[in-house]
Every structure is written in C-alpha cells, then in structure tokens.
Design a protein around this ligand. Structure first.
Ligand SMILES: Nc1ncnc2c1ncn2[C@@H]1O[C@H](COP(=O)(O)OP(=O)(O)OP(=O)(O)O)[C@@H](O)[C@H]1O
Ligand SMILES: [Mg+2]
Length: 364
C-alpha cells in the first residue's frame, strides 16, 4: 500500500480457518474492504463465504491470521464489542415480539433511554418503508416485510459495519430483485460499509462495488463487477460469472500482451495473454458467447472459423446458438434478439469470428 492510501476499514491478513484441524474452510485469506464499500463474497456452496463472515462478526475465531476493523485488531474481541449489524438468511426475528420490539432489541440491550429508542425505531421503520407496522406480530408479515424488519434491526443502532449472509435467499425472484435495489439504495444513502454473501452472480453484480470470488476456501479474485466479468484471471471466475467458451490450447508464441495458441485440431487462435502465459505452456482460451460474431459481422475479426448451427434457442431478449466449430459441438454464441436470425436453422454453415482482445489466454 502506498503512504497516500488510507487504511482499509476491514482487513483480513493471512486468515485461515479449520473446523476439524485438517481441512481449511478458509485458506490464507488476504482481503481489504474500504470504508463505505459494498463488498460481496460470491462463490459456490461450501466455498467459505459464511465462515469468512462469521469470523468478521466474531462468532468464529480464525485458526491463523488477524482481522482488523477500523485499524483495531479485533481477532479476539467478542461479538457484542465489535459494533457490527447482522442479517441472516432465515430472518431470525423474535416471533414473540412485535415488529417494533424486534427493531428496538439492539437498543434495549444497549440500555438507551426509552424516548430515544422510540425515535430511532420510528426512523428505522421509515427507512425500510414499514411505517405503521410497529405493532404487528412478525408472523403477520410477508417474507419481504420480515426481511425488511431484519435489515432495520441490523441498522437501527447505527453500526459501522453491516454483514448480510444470503439475506434474500428465501424470497421469490421478483421480491428478491426489488429488495436488491432497496438494499443497494439504502447502502448509498447511509454510506455504511456492507459485506454481503450470495451465491447468485447476478445479485452480486447488481449490488456490489466489488465482488470477491471464492472457491474451496480460497479467494480467487476481487474486483469491480465489470472488471471481473470482462477480465477474469482464472477459468473458474470466468465460468462462475456468466457463460464462457473455454478451449484448451498450447501457446506457440507470446508477443507482449498477445499470444498465438494452437488447438488440438491444429487451428491457431490469437488471444490476449494473461499472467504467466508463455510459449510452450498450456492455456485455456476463454471467450464470452456474446463476443462471438456471426456471418458478415465476423468479417473484420482477427479470428475467423467455419461453423455449423446445431441448435438455436429463443430466450426473449436474446438467442442462444449452439454451434459445431473447432472440433467441438458445444461452442456457444449469443445474439441480441432481432439480429441475423434467418441463418439459424440447424445444419446451416456459418462463419464465426472474434477479436483478439475478447479472448483471454489463462494459465490453468
Ligand atoms: N460449524 C462447522 N463445523 C464444521 N465444518 C464447517 C462448519 N461450518 C462450515 N463448515 C465447513 O466449512 C466449509 C465452508 O463452509 P461455509 O459455510 O463457509 O461455506 P459457504 O460458502 O457459506 O456455503 P453455502 O453457500 O452453502 O452457505 C464447508 O466445507 C463446510 O462444510
Ligand atoms: Mg453460507
């Protein structure tokens, strides 16, 4: 870090966690969260997202490494002394309390004066648009309303940091999308630092300033959503965030930022060289389906190959086309609805192409 950049708000330094003393649920994690940032931990089931969050909250202790919040080493600090708000997947509202009592709970345990509690609860209710529901039982609320109560309860004591573990997992798709925007706007209004967990890549892209991608306990890459999608530095990240064509190839030569690589069938592809990609080495050539041009649109591409349509699927806003090309029959391209769809009959020979900068050669 340069002297000019401020200390990040949250910092994991070489943090590992093993529950059984054998397998690491989280391994050698170095991660910084900036003040005011919305950072999402994204990854498949069992990749260590919740473990990371519970260590930050203080429910679990790291087996190794340190965690800092606002410059303070909190590694041994108990949960209630960390000033962190939490929202979990299953709401975990108190069923025997009203909405208002639920939201007031963090303030009651902190022994705030009654008038101040009433004022803060009213403000928190307004924040999540549940004015007038203070006296309702939580069982009399819809899933989305219950989730809003959980968010209000996490925010009511003005924590410096809010952790959310799959908070929208139980909601139907429409409500989930609506809540994604609500949470995002709440974050923008309050400026509070949020660490969010999901295994839904669209949710992660929708909400986050940056996304940290995990697999099997390892942080693979952390970057802004667009950067992560456009410039994945591993096949795992490329395939976890959206769809990719992946072609195993051998590098013939590297020339600065570009390389030429050969497929098992002998075809040569010019691609963007990433990382340690070097002549003689194996790479995965990774190419997004929407970056593949078809027919006349392929004319100016550095990479052009003959192909045959296997199957075209109409998806509303786009058409997904499966092609036989480059020795395989699962090459995928996506076209926006309305472009050149007369040539998509199965069996039709077509030309496909893509630009060097849209194909990344990743070292496995
Ligand atoms: N309390 C526990 N005791 C023992 N092992 C655990 C415990 N909690 C998690 N694990 C193991 O640690 C690994 C990481 O689990 P974790 O809950 O952090 O994953 P996750 O990314 O949150 O997954 P999911 O998306 O399914 O919630 C898994 O292999 C899991 O089985
Ligand atoms: Mg989890």
């Amino acid at each position: 870090m340069s002297a000019a950049s401020p200390e990040p708000f949250v910092r994991f330094i070489d943090v590992s966690k093993s529950y059984d003393g054998k397998v690491d649920a989280v391994r050698a994690l170095d991660l910084a969260v900036e003040a005011g940032e919305f950072l999402t931990l994204l990854g498949p089931s069992g990749s260590g997202k919740t473990t990371t969050l519970t260590m930050l909250a203080g429910f679990e202790q790291p087996s190794r490494g340190r965690i800092f919040v606002a410059g303070e080493d909190v590694t041994g600090v108990p949960v209630e002394k960390r000033g962190i708000g939490m929202v979990f997947q299953n709401y975990a509202l108190f069923p025997n309390m009203s909405v208002g009592e639920n939201i007031a709970f963090p303030l009651t345990v902190r022994r705030l004066p009654r008038a101040e509690i009433a004022q803060k609860v009213a403000r928190a209710l307004a924040m999540v648009r549940l004015e007038g529901l203070a006296d309702r039982r939580t069982q009399q609320l819809s899933g989305g309303q219950q989730q809003r109560v959980a968010v209000a309860r996490a925010l009511v004591f003005e924590p410096r940091l809010v952790l959310l573990d799959e908070p929208l997992g139980a909601l139907d798709r429409q409500l989930r999308e609506q809540m994604q925007y609500e949470l995002k706007h709440l974050h923008q209004r309050l400026g509070v630092t949020m660490v969010y967990v999901t295994h839904d890549q669209v949710e992660a892209m929708t909400m986050s300033d940056r996304v940290a991608v995990f697999s099997t306990g390892k942080l693979r890459q952390v970057a802004e959503p667009r950067r992560l999608y456009e410039e994945p530095d591993s096949l795992f990240v490329a395939q976890f965030l959206g769809e990719s064509n992946a072609l195993a190839a051998t590098v013939e030569r590297r020339d600065g930022g570009q390389c030429a690589a050969t497929l098992p069938g002998g075809e040569t592809i010019v691609a963007t060289a990433v990382g340690a990609c070097a002549a003689g080495g194996k790479v995965d050539l990774v190419l997004r389906p929407e970056k593949v041009a078809l027919g006349a649109a392929a004319k100016d591409c550095a990479n052009r190959f003959p192909a045959r349509v296997v199957e075209a699927t109409f998806l509303g806003d786009q058409v997904r086309v499966r092609l036989a090309a480059l020795g395989r029959d699962d090459f995928v391209l996506k076209l926006p609805n309305a472009a050149g769809q007369d040539m998509l009959e199965p069996g039709t020979p077509v030309e496909i192409g893509w630009r060097t900068e849209d194909c990344r050669a990743l070292v496995p």
